[in-house]
Design a protein. Structure first.
Length: 101
């Protein structure tokens, strides 16, 4: 089941010498499985201006509220999580889509 590795990135902020916030990232690799994005989830995300790209399944102990996932060298934003059982957490990732005009 856990045949995929993703990198979870936590972004926190520190202050530089002038008091301006600077992002500090910490990351760690976790094992998971890859699941297809469901049709209803895909269209619901589209209505909210998001494009869902992947759903990763992992044990809930592997997730600590990270909002960035790196998979195959691409950074994705965590759009939502769903704990479907005591041992299963679904992490939905995607990106924002823009309107050109």
């Amino acid at each position: 089941m856990n045949d995929t590795i993703i990198t979870l990135v936590k972004q926190e902020y520190s202050k530089n010498d002038f008091g301006a916030p600077i992002p500090v990232e910490t990351s760690r690799d976790v094992f998971c499985s890859l699941k297809s994005v469901g049709r209803s989830d895909f269209y619901a995300a589209g209505q909210a201006g998001l494009a869902l790209d992947h759903v990763f399944i992992t044990d809930p102990v592997n997730y600590d509220g990270e909002q960035i996932v790196v998979y195959l060298g691409v950074r994705y934003e965590v759009t939502r999580t769903y704990q479907s059982s005591a041992n299963t957490l679904e992490i939905y990732v995607g990106h924002k889509v823009g309107v050109f005009g």
